[in-house]
Design a protein around this ligand. Structure first.
Ligand code: MG
Length: 166
């Protein structure tokens, strides 16, 4: 089989969920947001960045964040997910991939996310070495239904498009 002579587009999908608990900071897209509850997890539990990392790894067929950053490994306890994202970006770059764009949706009942979106785009763009306008972040609620609506947790979905360079 011949290798392709032009960049090959690839897409990936990521999903993550974390519990909302008291006594934890709420970190989303690398932004610490003042709130009564935060997300529980081994790292900073940044559910948005976790979904984005899984989308990127999925686009490159490189597994998932559980494979690359096991939650049993003490070196990742409390770590900023922005640092893990930068590592994923370097991994893809080393394999000859370039980012086209990311589109992500956060699902949580409160607080309002919109005021923080520009900083999230800047943080994620900086970690990946791309312009923030390649990073789309949207947010919605659970409309008072399900675990999100009961404020038990937050979820995030993300898709990523990358190019496999020849
Ligand atoms: Mg996670």
């Amino acid at each position: 089989m011949r290798s392709a002579e032009h960049p090959i587009p690839r897409i990936g999908f990521g999903y993550d969920v974390h519990q909302l608990v008291t006594g934890r900071p709420l970190v989303l897209g690398g932004v610490a947001i003042a709130h009564t509850h935060g997300l529980d997890g081994h790292s900073d539990a940044d559910v948005l960045i976790h979904a984005i990392m899984d989308a990127l790894l999925g686009a490159a067929a490189l597994g998932d964040i559980g494979k690359h950053f096991p939650n049993t490994d003490p070196q990742y306890r409390g770590i900023s997910s922005v640092r893990l994202l930068a590592h994923v970006g370097e991994l893809l770059a080393s394999r000859g991939y370039a980012l086209v764009n990311i589109d992500a949706t956060l699902i949580l009942e409160a607080p309002k996310i919109l005021p923080h979106v520009p900083q999230m785009q800047a943080n994620i763009g900086a970690a990946l070495g791309v312009d923030p306008d390649r990073i789309s972040i949207k947010a919605t609620t659970g409309e008072a239904m399900g675990f999100v609506g009961r404020r038990e947790g937050a979820a995030a979905h993300a898709v990523a498009a990358i190019l496999q360079l020849p």
